[in-house]
Design a protein around this ligand. Structure first.
Ligand code: FCB
Length: 467
């Protein structure tokens, strides 16, 4: 039962709340952000190798060439994961390690790395949760048109079949795509992410081909993985507040463009109407919606912040991360803010979970990412032990775990929460300037230090109660 405090406390700082034993408490990373070893054991180049080596694309010219050197530190990183007591670990598989050019037979050394990772997790009692695509498209496929090319969706299904066939007996949850909105629209609309295109029509084309890749990938996985393994997809569903018509338009192109075809079997009519000035949608071929609309077992949700919008003013004209909506002003929101300048708003997480559950009442939900970047300060205590007193991150996590708990209390079928991120890593266009980890990484020495947030999370997991 909800105590009065959990209902009335407006700042979401409820401690002492208990999570059921079956609620999955995990943490997440992604291949390009942590692995490094970009030229080793037959790995091919990805669009993020190309992009990060493009002058001006990433802050400070940072690249993922070394990152957290996780590829070489797998065993000790597995021990780190075990030391936190995580129920589950969400990682991604680098497609160019498995198929260096995005097509053809599997590279045995690439598969072997992920087998060691998965087996190492299982030996330590940690459940493996694998994402097939966290943005590192093989560059050879980009050279053939990348996600603008329909054939990439079929190549993805072949890749899914290879990996599912090799690891399908030991991975508990398979996620096809991480945040296809970012791949489509940061990659092809705003151009902030690889491959760095700025073209609304191409961005919408890419979104459809990502949807198709998801559907074909689900079907391919079902053929090869064990009957008990679950299939999911992860979306960064945007929580948009403010002017109702602006909210509708941004939700259409930001959220429903993916959830519509994947989970309802159709593109929303208002989205098609809104985007007609940009594209005639002729890239949608007969039968595509049936291919995309595959049953999934759990829906992954990544949540960081909210967006406040005003009424449209003027006309949309630019390439944008929400194609066709640059006439809608983004308004300032109250703080506090993280180092990303993202507002800290735990009520947004509860709102998102409630809205998603209301729309898809039979679909279990999983928070596959939530966390925060702060300007951490590393210190050494009186005993010579390295410390990071990241009180702001502890507070962020406490408030968002409280929101997750309130969702459970409200009867929402929420299965787990994965903290982003296990350790500091390559934060895409921001390079190493933003630290999201609960474990600090010293990029000079590759030393890992448990921040106070990791100690806090370890206690939460051990006690199954918010400290
Ligand atoms: C998400 C990404 C993840 C990380 C966090 C901060 O959009 O999935 O890789 O960069 O944001």
């Amino acid at each position: 039962m909800a105590s009065p405090m959990t209902v009335d406390n407006p700042d979401y700082r409820d401690s002492g709340l208990r999570f059921p034993d079956e609620f999955v408490l995990g943490s997440a990373t992604a291949a390009y952000q942590i692995e490094g070893a970009v030229d080793e054991d037959g790995r091919g180049a990805s669009i993020w190798d190309t992009f990060s080596h493009t002058p001006g694309a990433v802050q400070n010219g940072d690249t993922g060439d070394v990152a957290d050197d996780h590829y070489h530190r797998l065993e000790s990183d597995l021990d780190l994961i075990a030391s936190l007591g995580l129920d589950a670990y969400r990682f991604s598989i680098a497609w160019p390690r498995i198929q260096p050019t995005g097509r053809g037979p599997a590279n045995p050394a690439g598969l072997a790395f992920y087998k060691r990772l998965v087996d190492g997790l299982l030996q330590r009692g940690v459940t493996p949760v694998a994402t097939l695509y966290h943005w590192d498209l093989p560059q050879a496929l980009e050279d053939e048109g990348g996600w603008r090319n329909r054939q990439t969706a079929y190549a993805f299904a072949d890749y899914a079949r290879i990996v599912g066939g090799a690891l399908g007996d030991r991975v508990a949850v398979w996620t096809t795509l991480n945040e296809p909105w970012c791949s489509a629209f940061l990659g092809h609309g705003s151009g902030e992410h690889a491959p760095g295109w700025q073209d609304n029509a191409e961005a919408l084309t890419a979104a459809h081909h990502l949807n198709l890749a998801h559907g074909l990938g689900v079907s391919a996985l079902r053929e090869v993985i064990s009957a008990t393994a679950q299939i999911s997809v992860t979306h960064n569903l945007h929580v948009i507040r403010g002017d109702a018509e602006s909210v509708r338009r941004i939700e259409a192109v930001g959220n429903r463009i993916f959830t519509g075809p994947m989970l309802h079997g159709a593109y929303p009519a208002d989205l098609l109407a809104d985007t007609l000035p940009l594209t005639d949608w002729s890239f949608v071929k007969p039968g595509d919606l049936e291919l995309i609309h595959q049953p999934i077992d759990v829906l992954g949700i990544n949540y960081y912040n909210t967006t406040l919008v005003g009424p449209a003013a003027g006309a949309a004209s630019r390439a944008s991360a929400f194609p066709g909506t640059d006439d809608i002003p983004r308004l300032d929101q109250p703080g506090p803010f993280t180092e990303m300048d993202w507002n800290i708003e735990p009520s947004g997480l509860l709102q998102l979970l409630a809205a998603t559950h209301a729309e898809f009442p039979d679909l279990p939900l999983m928070i596959t990412e939530s966390g925060a970047a702060f300007d951490d300060v590393a210190t050494v205590d009186d005993h010579g032990v390295s410390r990071v007193h990241d009180a702001d991150r502890v507070d962020y996590l406490r408030r968002h775990f409280t929101a997750a708990h309130r969702a459970l209390q409200a009867g929402i079928d929420l299965r787990g929460y994965f903290v982003w991120s296990l350790m500091d890593n390559f934060e895409w266009a921001y390079g190493y300037s933003k630290r999201f980890g609960i474990v600090r990484v010293d990029y000079e020495t590759q030393e890992r230090t448990l921040k106070d947030s990791a100690l806090w999370y370890r206690e939460l997991i051990a006690e199954r109660r918010i400290p």
